[in-house]
Design a protein. Structure first.
Length: 266
């Protein structure tokens, strides 16, 4: 496993300042959140010189980047002119920062099946245009009207339709728990065949609180135990850097005991 942190932990800062602060904290893998008018959305208006500065900051400090694409206006599930325009800008950003992966939400469509087909077709276009070393990662989202990608089954379907080894799933623990609290562990295991990484954050099953492990009620123990021998990326997407650091330390301590995983994940 490898450890990363999201700039969501410093969402009130402009993205360049957030990246600098996380590097100073010693993080060597950073997922850049491309949302927020005063945060990651600023990337879309940066010129080559500004992006080169961020890229150089990463290279000089041995830091790799992931890129969480914008959410508002970017809708692969029902592609429109705005989606195309945002992708054109994001492709330039991904190339300039030499990101390991780009991550996105599938978007919305009145028809889930049409949305999955549209997202799969747009994903194939994205993969053709991205550098060959860059992965494409889809994330599960909370239930919402017309939302596509709320279940792991839907994510698996779109990955199978993309049919490319560079495509995978980023399992958001908070979103999964909000949607499938009673069947959380079983839902998580559905993602394992295509799992690239996890967005790790905790909540109480009602709202997307982005807490550290143990502050909410998500049963992380059996999930982390089931994944301890797998090569996945753990991205700590909490609402503060301190919470991300605390969550990482809890994972590293690995003080979960030996839960009855076989029974608990059914």
């Amino acid at each position: 496993m490898s450890y990363s942190i999201s700039t969501y932990t410093l969402f009130t800062l402009p993205i360049e300042a957030a990246v600098e602060a996380l590097i100073l904290k010693g993080w060597k893998s950073i997922e850049i959140m491309g949302e927020g008018g005063s945060h990651g959305r600023l990337l879309l208006d940066m010129d080559r010189t500004q992006l080169e500065k961020i890229a150089r900051l990463g290279k000089d400090n041995g830091v790799s980047f992931g890129f969480h694409l914008p959410i508002v206006g970017f809708n692969p599930a029902k592609v429109d002119e705005e989606t195309e325009h945002i992708w054109e800008k994001c492709l330039f950003i991904a190339e300039m920062l030499e990101v390991e992966y780009v991550l996105f939400h599938l978007g919305s469509n009145p028809s889930v099946s049409d949305g999955l087909e549209s997202a799969a077709n747009f994903s194939k276009k994205m993969l053709r245009e991205l550098p060959e070393k860059t992965k494409l990662v889809v994330e599960n989202v909370p239930y919402a009207k017309k939302a596509v990608g709320t279940s792991i089954d839907e994510l698996n379907k779109v990955i199978e339709m993309i049919d490319n080894p560079r495509a995978g799933i980023m399992l958001d623990t908070g979103h999964c728990y909000m949607n499938e609290q009673a069947r959380f562990l079983g839902e998580c295991t559905k993602a394992f065949p295509h799992l690239y990484g996890l967005h790790i954050n905790d909540n109480h099953g009602v709202s997307d609180e982005h807490l550290q492990i143990g502050e909410g009620t998500i049963p992380f123990g059996p999930l982390l135990f089931a994944l301890e021998d797998r090569s996945v990326k753990y991205v700590f997407e909490t609402n503060t850097v301190e919470r991300a650091e605390n969550s990482m330390n809890l994972v590293k301590i690995n003080n979960w005991g030996k839960p009855d995983v076989e029974n608990s994940i059914k």
